[in-house]
Design a protein around this ligand. Sequence first.
Ligand SMILES: Cc1cc2nc3c(=O)[nH]c(=O)nc-3n(C[C@H](O)[C@H](O)[C@H](O)COP(=O)(O)OP(=O)(O)OC[C@H]3O[C@@H](n4cnc5c(N)ncnc54)[C@H](O)[C@@H]3O)c2cc1C
Length: 585
Amino acid sequence: MAEPDASAFFLAAGLPAAWANQSAWRCLDTAFGNGQQFLRVWNAWRQDHNHPRILHYVGLCTEAPQLDDLHQAATSQPDLSGLVKLLVNQCQTLGPGFHRLSFEGGNLLLTLCIGDLSKLLRQQRFQADTLLLDPDPAQDTTDGRWDLWRVKALARLARRGSGLALRSHTGGLLRPILQQCGFVLPAPLAAERAEVIRVEFQPAWQLKNSRVDAVVPAVPVTRCVVVGAGLAGASVAAALARRGWQVLVLDKAATPAQGASGLPAGLVVPHVSVDDCSLSRLSRSGVRMVLQQAQALLRSGADWDYSGVLQRFPGSEGDAPEPPPLWHTQAGWMKPAVLVQAWLAQPGVRFQGDSAVGGLKRQDGLWQVLGDGGQVLAVAERVVLANAHGVLPLLAGDSNAVNSSNPVTDWPVLRTVHGQVTWALHADSPPAALAALPAFPVNGAGSLLPHVPLKEGMAWLAGATYQPDDEPEPGAQSHHAANLTRMARLLPDLAAPLATMLATSELQAWRGSRCVSADRLPLLGPLTGGADQGLWLCAAMGSRGLSLAVLCAEMLAARWGAEPLPVEAALARSLDTGRGRSNAP
Ligand SMILES: Cc1cc2nc3c(=O)[nH]c(=O)nc-3n(C[C@H](O)[C@H](O)[C@H](O)COP(=O)(O)OP(=O)(O)OC[C@H]3O[C@@H](n4cnc5c(N)ncnc54)[C@H](O)[C@@H]3O)c2cc1C
């Protein structure tokens, strides 16, 4: 039998007519392969004036797409070569797991999921509008075959009325299993005449509550107030606005990024751990996502640099030699405040400074956001508290309605950890220090950003210290000394020249406070229980706001919009505000 054209699946699935004028559309492709289906769908989305505002495409594959295969596909289909280049650009260094790739200014989101097909299906939490099932012939083994359990897992991701496109041959083989799982197929004779057929998820039974619970229905796109104009709040605002929300961002300061996000420049680099813990996996995802945002919104070389980062492991235990360094390609440095400004400038987002929030009140099904004097600052259907440690007085205050309208008594634990970055202009640094500066940032025990253009001139930044809230403040010189001691271990050639600078007081300081949770992971999720999940928390970015803020924002938007999650469901749970709490909302 001849190979069906890639667009045959797309057309059989009833697209583009089915997605016309929808706010979002979700496709699940069970065999991403070299991305042929994806490229066709993307191309059709581009050309269709009635396309959905956001297109989600979840592609499952056992191995990362081979860049050579993608290039090959481009040569055979010249009309898609421009899209292939964009895809290849983002398909670098993909390992097992979920990867969120963003195109078209964040309106076309590809979640590439690499690994065992059954496990990947189980880690999804969304309902696909269109399913594409084209089994990879190379995977026609016991592991790769579609059996009852695998089709059941697929059916769990369909909503009533979802269309599934598959070859008529496959449909014939799977007919009894598909029917058993609730799919309605065309009559056998009609099916045989077509190369690719559409079957529809229309189970004759009522869908179980437990199944429906797995995916909370999308909330209507309306108004949202975000409290806090740092990385956390601004990234949430931009992610929601992209989906059509009207977002008002309030901050007690007159201008944005006056808290920890006022850091002159910070490192964007994945966390590394021997057991590849949740933080390592989340940060890998988050770094990829923020680098995509920076490429779209920031000026390379001025506001950020995709420089790569060298990871060193100084201070190994005992006499053990230091493990070899690790080069992170997906890494660099960034100016958080510039990114915050760029997010707040997105259409649909409005910033209002000098607006300290002192309380919240639930009235007539809406949230009133109150000022310090109890005056109403704003009213909205949804509120996100993204004001770092500023959430604690809001949650504890007895003047607000948060406590009375929900059953949660065990609020998340948040700690404040102060810190200082040491920096100096190149022009003020001795030649020996400049000569010892590496060409790229180095991370390890502390970190060094050697070349950052600040408004005062080209500078290096080293940091940062950790000083818990309950310990006495040792003073700026002491923080400088601690930072330089770390630098000396990370880059021994810098030790002597930096010691000279410390003695002659030529070092500059930037001080800020991190908001940290008990397990060092961000807190993201509803604060109110029951049916009303209108008040959310997005905080505790710790020392990695640059790496985690976009991931948290996209996760929040995905959960509100019943969209595919950017990471595995189990990993997403590790961020939830309710983790480890028996009375979680
Ligand atoms: C010394 C130091 C070095 C760091 N280095 C790095 C690094 O290299 N890489 C990295 O990724 N991260 C780094 N971080 C961490 C990073 O800065 C934070 O994770 C991030 O900025 C947190 O963003 P946020 O939006 O949660 O908080 P913030 O930026 O603190 O924003 C909270 C906002 O809420 C506002 N607010 C508070 N209460 C209220 C209220 N009641 N009403 C209205 N507004 C309110 C505040 O004014 C503030 O603007 C560093 C942090 C420090 C302190």
